[in-house]
Design a protein around this ligand. Sequence first.
Ligand SMILES: [Zn+2]
Ligand SMILES: [Zn+2]
Length: 180
Amino acid sequence: MGNTRQVPTASDLEGALRSAALRVTRPRMAVLAAVHAHPHADTDSIIGAVRSDHTEVSHQAVYDVLRALTTAGLVRRIQPSGSVARYESRVGDNHHHVVCRSCGDLADVDCAVGDTPCLIASHDSGYSIDEAEVVYWGQCPTCLAAGPAGAASDRAPGDRGAAGATPTIRPSSETTGGPT
Ligand SMILES: [Zn+2]
Ligand SMILES: [Zn+2]
């Protein structure tokens, strides 16, 4: 927490696309800007952000762009068990996430022991390892403050998808007060 997120300028975004050998298109610019502005947003939130910016895009176009940006390494896709996929522009540092079991809220967690120590597996079985996925599960401060009544005590971890609960996901940029 406490790190201000800077929304890159249009020329920053253009440069990022070019450096990833992606053609600069308006949908790609708009989606990349939306992911920067709304860390950990899901696809629907990204579509909403892009459209509120007066960019005409279809759902399919946003899915395609997100896939291209993820493949190019400009965007990281995270999908905790029982959650929809979320996207973030903080890539390349192998940071982790903590997920609230009750409301599905999600926050960044820096690696506990340095840069990428978890990539040095004790036994790699001969694989070349380039990513380690660590997800911490628990309860967010809001749900903790709400008391045990709101806790998902009767639900098994990873079983939230089947429960039909739709967590309301607020992009964390709304609470950090950064310029939008
Ligand atoms: Zn919560
Ligand atoms: Zn993150």
